[in-house]
Design a protein around this ligand. Sequence first.
Ligand code: GLU
Length: 476
Amino acid sequence: MSAAGEPTFRQSVDILYNRAVAVMDLPPGLEQKIRVCNSTYTVRFGVRLRGKIETFTGYRSVHSEHMEPVKGGIRYAMSVNQDEVEALAALMTYKCALVEAPFGGSKGGLCLDPRDYDEHELEQITRRFAYELIKRDLINPSQNVPAPDMGTGEREMAWIADQYARMNTTDINARACVTGKPLNAGGIQGRVEATGRGVQYALREFFRHPEDKAKAGLSGDLDGKRVIVQGLGNVGSHAARFLSLEDGAKIIGIIERDGGLWNPEGIDVAAVQDWMRANGGVQGFPGATYDANGAVLLERDCDILVPAALEGVINLSNADRIRAPLIIEAANGPVTSGADEILRKKGCVIIPDMYANAGGVTVSYFEWVKNLSHIRFGRMQRRQEEARHQLLIDELERLSADKGLGWTLSPGFKEQYLKGADELELVRSGLDDTMRAAYQSMRETWHGRDDVTDLRMAAYIVAIDRVAKSYRAKGL
Ligand code: GLU
C-alpha cells in the first residue's frame, strides 16, 4: 500500500511517537521502554477443511502492560503480519491512555481472507485460534481482552467467548474475556455503532471550538459540510450515516474496494449499503457517478476526509494532492508519517486515529465492566429516576392548579423528561463524555505549548505522559 521509500507501519508509528517524546522530559530509558512492543506471539496451526489440513498463521502482540488487562482487536485479513499487529498494538496503548480506558495495548491478527470460507469453516478456524491464545492466557478477562477489528465482528467474538467458557468452566467472569459480543452473549447496546459514533462525537467536539476550526479554515457546524468517506465497513458506514442523518453533513464521495461514487448533491449511505449487499460492490449504484479508480476521489475538493479503511492509504504518493482541509482518521494509521509531514506543512488539520477511532474501545470498556458487574447498565436506577421525575412533574402541576397559574408543559417535554435512561442512552452519554474530555486534553496541549504543532503530537504527549505516570507509580 505504501509508496516506495516509505517506512513500515510500525516504523511510521515510532516516527510519530519520537516526534512527541522529543519535546517531553521523560526519564532516561523510559522513552524506549514505552515505545517498544513487549512481546509478539506467533502461532501456526492446522485446521482440517474440505478434506485437507490447512495451516494458518496468527499473532497476538502485547505492546504495553502498564495496565492490565491489555486490550485490542483481532483482525482477519491477508495483509496481517507481525509489523502490522505491533503497530496496531502500540496505537492501542496510546488510544486507551488518551480516553482513560484502564488497559494496556494489544492487537491480534489472523492471516486469511474471511470471504474464502463459509460460516462453519470460520467457526472452526476461530475456535482453534482462540484455543491457542486462551491456553497461553493471551485471551483472559484479567490479562488480555480482544475485540472485533477488520474482518471480524460479533459472530467471531461469540465463538471466542464460548471457547473460553468451555476451557474455563468455573470462571464466573468468563464473559469478560472478549468484548464486542452480541447482546445475547453478554454484549452491550451500542457497541457495533460505537467507533462510527465516536467519529461523529469527535467531529462535533472539534466544531465546538472556533479556534480549532479556524486552523482548518472552516467555520459553522457540521450542517452542509462536504464529506468524503473511504470504506463503508462498520466504522465508515456508521460514521457516514450519523453525520448525514443527524448532523446534516453531505456525503459527496464514497470510496470502496471496487471503485468510488461521487455526487456533489449528497449520497444516501443506507441506499449504497443496500446496493452493495445486493451487488457485491458500489459499481452501478444509480444515485452517483462511478469511478473505477476510487483512490482518486481521496484527492477531490471537500471539507472533511474520513479514511475509514486501511492503513497507509494517504502516503508519499498522494499526500501532495490531498485537498481536504480536515482529515479525521477513522481507521488506524491511514496517514503515513511521511504524508503526515507533507499535510502538516500544507496546513491540513488531522484528527488522529488514536483519538478519532477510540469510540470502539471506549464502549468495549463499558462492556467489560458490565460483564464483571454481571448487571445491565441502568437496571437499578431507571425506574427510580422515572419516579423522581414524576414527583417533580406532579408537584409542578399541583402548584399550577392550586395557584391558578395555568402552566402547561410543552408537548413532548413530559414524555422526554419522564423517561429514565436505558443502556443504549447511558452508553452513548458515556461515549460522548469520553470523546469530549479526551479532545479537551489534546487541545489544551496543542494550544498550550509553542512546541506542539498539531493534534497528533498533542495526542501522543497526553497518552505517553499518562503511560509514563503509571510506570512511575509501579516503581519502574
Ligand atoms: N479494534 C478496535 C480498535 O482498533 C477496538 C478495540 C477494542 O475494543 O478493544 O480500537
